[in-house]
Write a protein that binds this ligand. Sequence first.
Ligand code: BJW
Ligand code: ZN
Length: 253
Amino acid sequence: MLQQYEKLKNLLASAKKIVFFTGAGISAESGIPTFRGKDGIWNKMKPEELANFNAFLRNPEIVWEWYQYRKKIVHQASPNAAHLTISELQNYFDEVVVVTQNVDNFHRRAGSKIVYELHGNIEKNYCINCKKRYDDVNLPVENKVPTCGCGGLIRPDIVWFGEFLPEEAYSLSETAAETCDVLFIVGTSAVVFPAANIPYIAKRNGKFLIEVNIEKTELSNVADLSLIGKAGEILPQILQLVKEEKNYGKNES
Ligand code: BJW
Ligand code: ZN
């Protein structure tokens, strides 16, 4: 552990490209519920009732209402210290890539420039028929479930179970995992595939993996360093370490 910590310090001093693979846990301290675990939303709601296309076709009103409710929570909340730290790290590395499973847009709101959203974005929508895209601001408002000019229902741009991930975002994420110096896994149970492949891709390519989570996960034994604690507390400590290591490097040379 101590040895791995030393390795992390050295890596942070020399790393040029770092990747953050994030999940619902990173937004928990902003008041956004996670999916699994004791306070997770899947404890109250069955995913198969809401988070798949057939559920939407069966009962578009309920699914639409559910996402309107979730949107409201997201809009009333703000990115927390963990999102802000990742954004600030852009000042210390050539490239900071965020690969997120989250749909809450918090990484962009925090100022991260390179964000690959693997499961969509709750502020975006598209027509199930002609695929025309609608941002929340230009949604037709006359119906409870908005419809497109072509007559098709408009759905949230979220990847439901059984659906393919956005191809470009996934392929850019794979490349990021293959080419980074360090990959952080933050606040995810890492049980949903193919998104959860990303850390394994980095591992196969010999990259250093650091996990930040309040508890052990499927990936804890795969990671080179597993840090147990809240993302909003641990990531600012990592930033502090980066600042020390980068300054130390400067004084040395
Ligand atoms: C903290 C913290 C703090 C808390 N600080 N940490 C069997 C085997 C393998 C695969 C499958 C299978 N059966 C089916 C599949 C495929 C399926 C899948 O993976 N299922 C598994 C669940 C078994 N995958 C799919 O269907 C995907 N598509 C696909 O495979 O396409 C190919 C295909 C096409 C056609 C036919 C067949 C196949 C699509 C997956 C889409 C997932 N979408 C969701 C929901 C969207 C709806 C919505 O938002 O309403 O995305 S699922 C949900 O899980 C959401 C999340 O992005 C995703 C990941 O969850 P995440 O982020 O990890 O959250 P949690 O709650 O699980 O974990 C939170 C973590 O944070 C915990 O560890 C806490 O400890 C921690 N934490 N507070 C740090 N403060
Ligand atoms: Zn349409």
